[in-house]
Design a protein around this ligand. Structure first.
Ligand code: SF4
Ligand code: SF4
Length: 345
């Protein structure tokens, strides 16, 4: 017990000074720097008969294996040995899907199309940019473990310690394993890029939109048929809304494996005229209502959590997720909507 207390006191005690990963992650997310160098394309690679076939199955298997076995998918003190994420969902969107130009209108003109981000990567590697129809966006959902969800569901003001660790270590893990996949593909002569770990990633504040990302994993995951938006603005997938999302672009033709619902709110009770708003009652700053999500109010609250996480958990990160836990859409599509969908089928 005494040892635990000493360890607790010492665990990243001066995280403002020492938690360089957290600081990098927070700044990198906003300003697009602090990331390792992009891997170089092996332009001289000569394909062999024995080469791996990079098809849909390969991407699904590789991402699942990374999440199941990667050493970086692990919590730190005092939760050593616990995984951060459970088995993922993986989906694909064609590079020339008409939804990407639409996102420029919806999210902001700065939101990349797969073609634009690939042009940047091609330029960097001194080659001609591939045709849009030869690109695919690979999107994945990493569900947060039950222990972390349950712990956060018991909080009503600030995120729990497991949630804060997931926010920081989970992001680092996600960037690490995606970089490994990109590096491998580039070594095999296949152009690939993860937009959120390039200097092109630069969040901006828009007059009517608030903070907006130039590459929204959420919108990409919706495009890939992995889920739909809830009242809290998170994506409700078949594994719920408590997750981290990721995506990257590859110069390969892969087939979409899921149908995208036309109704962008298909999995949310309130949007389907079934009284819920549990997410609204979980929000400590009333940033969710029947009228929508107050992005700015949410942003202000989440930004203030840096101080709390640093003081109590010695982690330099922000987070909240209270509205994504302790709600009917936390770990799956709400039962009543699943039943309704099966009757319609
Ligand atoms: S808690 Fe209810 S209203 Fe909120 S997003 Fe989930 S299903 Fe929709
Ligand atoms: S994430 Fe935002 S909307 Fe959700 S509970 Fe926290 S402050 Fe409220």
């Amino acid at each position: 017990m005494r040892n635990q207390l000493i360890k607790r006191k010492r665990y990243r005690r001066f995280s403002y000074l020492t938690d360089i990963r957290g600081i990098k992650s927070a700044i990198g997310e906003l300003r697009g720097f602090g990331y390792p160098k992009q891997p170089k394309l092996n332009k001289d690679y000569l394909p062999q008969d024995s080469d791996t076939v990079f098809n849909e199955e390969w991407f699904i298997k590789t991402i699942k294996e990374k999440i199941a076995h990667h050493p970086a998918n692990s919590m730190e003190f005092p939760f050593e040995g616990e995984r951060i994420f459970d088995e993922p969902l993986v989906g694909f969107v064609k590079g020339d899907d008409s939804i990407f130009p639409e996102y420029k209108r919806l999210i902001g003109p700065h939101h990349f199309t797969p073609e634009e981000i690939m042009q940047w990567q091609a330029r960097k590697n001194g080659i001609t940019s591939p045709e849009t129809e030869d690109l695919t966006v690979v999107s994945f959902v990493m569900p947060i473990t039950r222990k972390t969800r349950d712990e956060n569901a018991r909080r009503d003001e600030w995120p729990s310690e497991r949630w804060a660790q997931t926010r920081l270590l989970g992001e680092i893990f996600s960037q690490t394993f995606v970089r490994e996949i990109i590096t491998f593909l580039m070594s095999k002569g296949i152009l690939a890029v993860a937009p959120d770990v390039t200097p092109m990633f630069n969040k901006k504040r828009y007059p009517h939109v608030g903070w907006a990302s130039p590459w929204s994993h959420r919108h990409i995951a919706y495009a890939a048929g992995l889920g739909t938006f809830g009242r809290h603005n998170f994506l409700i997938t078949e594994k719920g809304c408590a997750h981290r999302l990721g995506s990257f672009v590859v110069n390969l033709k892969l087939e979409p494996n899921r149908e995208r619902p036309e109704d962008i709110h298909a999995n949310c009770l309130q949007h389907q005229n079934i009284d819920c708003l549990k997410c609204a009652s979980r929000c400590p700053v009333d940033a969710i209502s029947d009228d929508g999500h107050d992005k700015e109010g949410c942003y202000q609250k989440v930004a203030r959590s840096i101080k709390y996480c640093n003081k109590h958990y010695h982690i330099f990160i922000y987070g909240c997720g209270l509205c994504a836990t302790g709600v009917p859409c936390e770990s799956s599509i709400p039962e009543v909507l699943k039943k309704r969908a099966s009757i319609v089928d």
